[in-house]
Structure formats: C-alpha cells, structure tokens
Design a protein around this ligand. Sequence first.
Ligand code: DWN
Length: 393
Amino acid sequence: MENLTEFLDLGKQPIANGFLTKDQLKDNEYFYELKVGFNQETKLVSIINQVDPPLMFNDSYPYNTSMSTTMIKHFEDIATKIKNIKSNPKVLEIGSNSGEFIKHFDKSLSLAVEPCGNFAKVTENLGIKTYNRFWTHDLAKEIFQNHGKYDFIYAANCICHIPDLIDTFKGVKDLLNNEGIFIFEDPSLARVILNGSFCQWYDEHPHMFSIIAIKNLLKEAGLKLFGVETLNVHGGSNRILAIKDSEIVSESESVNRNIWFETEIMKLDQIQTYYDFADKVKKSKKDLVNILNIQKSKGKIISYGATAKSTTIFNYCNINSELIDFITDTTIDKQNKFSPGQHIPVVSPDINWDEVETIFLGAWNFKDFILNKEKEHFKNKTVITHVPYVRIV
Ligand code: DWN
C-alpha cells in the first residue's frame, strides 16, 4: 500500500483463521509482517503489506455467523428495518457467510456473493442464488447483465476485508437503483482506539474505517454518505448508509456528529493519535504477559473463544501453550485443531472446568453474554480481558 505512514508493528503473523490440524503442524506455515499505517491524505488506516485474499477466504473458512445468537438477532433486526423502508425489496448481499441476513428476503429477488466455497454452498442450499466469487466492479457488471439493479446492497464485516475500496464502491454504485441504498457495517476505528483493541488488526482487515475516511472514499466512487449508526457488535461498529451521489438526500445529523467526534475529540485525522495508540499497545502486551505469568503459577489458564482477534494477540505477545493450556470454542470446524502461529490446542467448551484457574476472554466482544452464560463454570475463577486495558473482570 502506497502513501502509508507506519505507526504500529504487530510482528510476524499467520493467517488469523488458519487453524491447523495435527498433520498440518509439520508443514511450513505462512507468515507475514503485520504493520499498520495511516494515509495522511485520505485519512484511511490500512495494513501496509496486505495478504492475498484467496489465502484467507477459501473453501475451508471457519468463521460461522450462525454460531452467535447475538449476530442471528442482529441480522434479523436489520432485515426487518429494511423491509419497513420498502416492502418486498430486491436485495443483494456482499459476503453472505451462512446466510443469516439474506435468508429473510424473498428468494426470487435476492442474490448473495460469497468468496468462501463452503459458505457459498450454504446460502445456495437455502435457495438463494449465490456467486462464489470475490466482489469486484467486473463482477458487478456481470450481475447487472444477469439480474439488473437492486433496491438495497448490504454487507456486514466484509467491506473492510476488501483491498481495493474504490473498485468495490464503483461496483456498488453501478448496481444500485435510483434511490437504492447501500448499507454496510464494519468495526469502528474510533472504538478500536478507545478500546485499545489492537487485536482488530489481522490479515482479514486490510482497512479499519473512520467516518472521515469513508466519506471521502465514497465520494470518490460517486456515492454519498448520508447516515451513520453506532452499533455495539464486534467490539463497536459503524453502520454506514450511502446513496448515489446524483440523488437528492440530505445528510443526517449523525454524519456531522460522528465527524465532529472523530476530528475534535478523537483526533483521528492526526498521525500523533496513532503514535500514542502504538505506545498503549506496547504496554498492553507487557501487562498481559505479566498477569498471565502470575496466574500461571496458580494453575491452568484457558482462553475463551478461538477468535481471529486472539491470533493477533497471541502472536504479537508470543503467548503459546506453555502459558495458555488450551482455547475453547463452540465452532466444530475449529475444535481439535491448533491455533495459527502459536499452536495452542482448540477444544470444545465441554471440559473439566474444576481444573481451570484463569480464563482469558479471547472473545472479549461477547463479554457480558459469556459471563452470564458461563456463570457456573466461571465461579471462583479469575477472568482476564485486555479491553480497554489489561485487567481482571
Ligand atoms: O470480521 C470478522 C468477524 C465478524 O468475525 C471476520 N474477519 C472474522 C471473525 O472474527 P472473530 O473470529 O474475531 O469473531 P468473533 O465473532 O469475535 O468470534 C467469536 C468466536 O468465539 C467464535 O469462534 C465463536 C466463539 N464463541 C464461543 O466459543 N462461545 C463465541 C461465543 C459468544 C461463545 O459463547
């Protein structure tokens, strides 16, 4: 990536969702240098040497939205909102994963695009026409020829995964009906900075969006930002609402409020903010390793949730199975495998909880849900999170 001023070096990192079988431990694992930079002109924050998408999004992609009741409800709610704006809309979803959003619409009017073959099959089996391809402007042209334009184009936790944003947005613009709305949700850069959640940087997130940068990028592609909603999912996200530049729609007050907050309070348009953040990340690493070492002398430590985010944490902090005995996760495709890079065993949560002394919240973004669900198992144990700073909860 050109024109990026580096501010954060998270070291050598593997494919964040590249969980390994025992046999694969013998193979040479892929690693890249995870460095993050700030573009002083566009204000976009991006990974400097981005990973080739097919190495991450392929037929064995393990992250499954349907494993989370929170996300199932989230997608049902936004689908209802859309149907309240227009009944029986024609909807296209970019990055449909297991189909939890797109399944709520009339199948004959819906279309999914999903580059991971295993999940493309899942949406296809739900009766929704699915393109097992990466989203590009060229694919948008093909879709237009075959299916025409759309009332809504939706993408959740997908646009920030795509390296070429202008090509992406141009494709969206070409496929929107006049008055059609583009809705996309991704982690918020402001919340990452506030939460100290450096773990939101991994191969799958080549970009982390501020509203300031998004507004500029959409404009460059002929789209207009007209609304922003603040979401609590995935550690704090933004839902962006955009429309074709040619449409006459007044910008909602939420756009100005967010830009004011990001500029005046968070100073996300200034490189110094990112240098200060990088200092906090170094401290977070030191504090986390210290507290885990202290806890290790008392007994077993496990991590709860084999998240992509915890791949960044464990590899940046050099935390392996000498410190964390194993990771629990409800996703069958991650179980009985080993975590990327540090090779910590991943098991089902059906363990002997009496043997556990300390729990690190790998899935910290579900903290309240997990603490409530695991009340009995977590009783009299030490629960640690690194968000917004390393502490016992
Ligand atoms: O953008 C992305 C987000 C949406 O999802 C992708 N690039 C990859 C993925 O990131 P992640 O792995 O950090 O996401 P989650 O949603 O924080 O992952 C939670 C993990 O924890 C899942 O593997 C399921 C697991 N889990 C569990 O074992 N017990 C989760 C909960 C709530 C639980 O109770």
